[in-house]
Write a protein that binds this ligand. Sequence first.
Ligand code: BGC
Length: 762
Amino acid sequence: MKNIQSLIANMTLEEKAALCTGASAWTTTPIERLGVPEMIVSDGPHGVRRVPDVHAMAMESLPATCFPTASCLASTWDVDLIHKMGIALAEECITHNVDVLLGPGANMKRSPLGGRNFEYFSEDPYLAGEMAASFINGVQSKGVGTSLKHYAANNQEFQRFSISAEMDERTLREIYLTAFEKAVKQAQPWTVMCSYNKVNGTFASEHHYLLNEILKDEWGFEGLVVSDWGAVRDRVAALKGGLDWEMPGPQERRVKAVVEAVRSGELDEAVLNESVRRILNIVFKAKETPKTGTFDIDAHHELAHHIASEGMVLLKNNGLLPLKGQHHIAVIGRAAENAHFQGGGSSHIHPTKVAVPFKELQAQASNSELTYAEGYPTDRSFRQDMIDQAVSLARSADVAVLYIALPTFKESEGYDRTDLDLTEQQVALIKAVSKVQPNTVVVLNNGAPVAMNEWIDGVAAVLEGWMMGQAGGIAIADVLSGKVNPSGKLAETFPIKLSDTPSHINWPGGAGAVSYGEGLFIGYRYYDAKEMPVLFPFGHGLSYTTFAYSNAKVSAKTFKDTDSLTVTVDVTNTGEFTGKEIVQVYVHDHKSGLVRPQKELKGFAKVELKPGETKSVSIKLDFRAFAYYHPEYKQWITEDGDFDILVAASAADIRQTLTVTLQSTLSLPCILDKESTVREWLADPRGKAVIGALYTEIETQSRKLFGGADERYGNENAMGMDIMDMMNDMPLVSVLMFQQGALPMPAEEMVAGLLMQAHKME
Ligand code: BGC
């Protein structure tokens, strides 16, 4: 590694400014004079999208393995598998001379309508964070960098270059930043990509609080921050805000602006030097990995196949699956012949090869006769003739398998979905086929939930095949035939209808802003709070076998927040197929100072079991499993009290519950101020000690003022209310104002004195 500091000392101001902006669409600016090489980046996330000439703008890219997209990856709940995929991606980067892969995306799925949801992992920050960390660790273990994106709150495509995502601090911390925080702390990505949008009014590319204070200072991020492509408006403001590297380049005017800003004193050169240092660190680190060799196309195709088979989710099955050698299978739907395996936009991969679902099913159902009807067109037209043809095929068959892919005009980067529906033709097709053929299986290829209420009752089985990557066609055949026992579980809730979704009345915003009005309550957190039925809950997924949970234990019933708590449970395969179960641990807080979701995922494990076999599964819970972010303390806090540990097969299928008692070791500062309510004074031990005697007096006086029970008012007081219930939620100062005559000094002075006493007790 070069001596970065002496290099910086030898750089001209112009060289420094130029380094902080790209030289082309995919490269850093090299400085030949000083031996600073160029670094090459490429999209990402689920494959390497390397354009042949990195210095030119091009849409075509070199062949690379297209792995399943993030919705499918997260549904595997298998961090080791994602790590393996990361290693394979790194091998392809090395082959294609790519230093940094632009992924993974760790944004939350706030609404199922988000156009880029297929590129994101989950509605749950814990799961998304674990997946992202594993992905990054896998890629970087081979000396190739990653770019954790899009930081932060890029949850929609509508006005994605400009909209301001508006939310409170706690929502930001607990929901929208947690996955990034986990990934940064557990995996140290070489780069973090800021998003296009604004967060609470400030562009993410200029966001001092998000980039400098939280990412770099608080979480200890050591790499460089790169802009999303074209996300920088004001280069100087972005440098001040913590954005190290602007992309794409070249941007001569921007570079000049930086030079001038330093010369005029508007920009401290130390700020520029810090960005230069971060960039040089990564550039030289990247060059430590020689970019030579080839990758094993077949082995990576096989890995993509394996991941797809682990991520597919069997949503419904009345027993028809696995197929049992039925004589005639009617295969319907153009996705059987034209695999739909990835999404549109910057992540679009030129695959090395593509498995054709029809052929793969034919290969595995070799004793069956397969016939085919296209079923629906590529465009938006409605074709009754295609439905009629499919129906006549299905009628004469023993089973109908419908391969239904959500078309790109309904789902892609760049635009959000406007509804949760399949096309009108696809819905009509499923209904018509299942009417004549009760043994109908629907296989879906899509990146995010679709509504099914119009047709689900009429079909025998539904397999969610996701955007399954180039080898997904084999995985579908594996699951249908029973060669693979499905084990994927949903990383996001499937709602019944659009109007049920948490952000519905605040989506997608307008006039430059979108309010995250549902706050903490996205995904299952919302459906729990509303006690609302869903189509398929978070964590749901069927298997061809069954699992029993028993003997759940915790390492301690009472514990301190500085200790970790281990939950163990025995899982038994009670059916006839070898299978994998995903055990989920949620935590429920009995009582908290601020409102909390009813339960939150804090751990999981995937375990393989033969029929009759039992394994003990252990899951560790740490401080953060019990903590929440308190906006007034500006930190994560724990509170003394009882918590339920829910050991579950899905968010709606809790198998065992244990109760534990936490003792907080935190000594929190006194945050009482002149507007604090009586209840807040009483909740703080120092406040309570200070106003204890006074409170008794206030109560006596207040009850006197409002009068006692009087039979003239039906045994209530003259106001017909419990005065203390109201008083407790008033600022102490306001309550004292009502007692003015009885007080030795003005209420404000009295509160000021009490505050001094309380703060002194810290
Ligand atoms: C996307 C990024 C991508 C970049 C480079 C942007 O439009 O938002 O995800 O990495 O382009 O292609």
